[in-house]
Design a protein around this ligand. Structure first.
Ligand code: 5RP
Length: 220
């Protein structure tokens, strides 16, 4: 199966976590696009969704799915999103699509984070994928120097302005073994809006698309 077919498979599999009449949280990316398409085709009648990006909002609205503002909702049962990497503890790197801040906000509303990913995303140690960090533009150079002091290399993602009018640094050369501590530490640096490590609020479940079918990894 191709990577695209594996994404379709897990997008479809995520429907089992969607309760009729509920409001769900929806992430961003090509895997989530497959989920949105599967949801629209499924006939499951949900009340609506809270979206993590302009991209997902537009796709859902075009398919007739009602989109709520995060401020209109106090809690969500599930948040469904992809990942750039996920380790065997459910910690993730996210933000390849530059939507990490809103993704973290919507994920935080939800009781369960359901990660949908093809098998290439499962890693032993986070950091092979360049870590996205959303930053206030005036702090970008200063934050890049802090990563350099850790032996990593941060580059500004050219031409990208996030939905929050900020910039993205992509950081190479990290090996993130204690994801929770790393997330807390980098979050304290002045000018960091969001670090793309999702550890404090990690996945509860990962639906992993493999050549043998969908594997369900549970982390609680
Ligand atoms: C967007 C994300 C995505 O979930 C991540 O980049 C995975 O994307 P894809 O499903 O296209 O592989 O974090 O900010």
């Amino acid at each position: 199966m191709t990577q695209d077919e594996l994404k379709t498979l897990v997008g479809q599999a995520a429907l089992q976590y969607v309760a009729a009449g509920s409001i769900i949280g929806v992430g961003t990316g090509s895997t989530v696009d497959k989920f949105i398409d599967a949801l629209a085709a499924s006939g499951i009648q949900i009340k609506g969704a809270v979206s993590s990006s302009v991209r997902s909002t537009e796709r859902m609205k075009a398919l007739g799915i009602t989109v709520f503002e995060a401020a209109e909702v106090e809690s969500l049962g599930v948040y469904i999103d992809g990942a750039d990497e996920i380790d065997h503890g459910g910690h993730m790197i996210k933000g390849g699509g530059a939507a990490l801040t809103r993704e973290k906000i919507v994920a935080d509303l939800a009781e369960q984070f359901i990660c949908i990913a093809d098998a290439s995303k499962l890693v032993d140690v986070l950091g092979q994928f360049p870590l996205p960090v959303e930053v206030i533009p005036m702090a970008a150079a200063q934050i890049a120097r802090r990563f350099a002091a850790l032996g990593a290399s941060a580059t500004l993602r050219a031409g990208v302005v996030t939905d929050n009018s900020c910039h993205i640094l992509d950081v190479r050369g990290l090996q993130i073994k204690d994801a929770k501590a790393f997330e807390s530490d980098v979050n304290q640096w002045p000018g960091v809006v969001t670090v793309g490590v999702f550890a404090r609020n990690r996945a509860s479940v990962c639906l992993l698309g493999t050549a043998e079918g969908v594997k369900t990894l549970k982390f609680d």
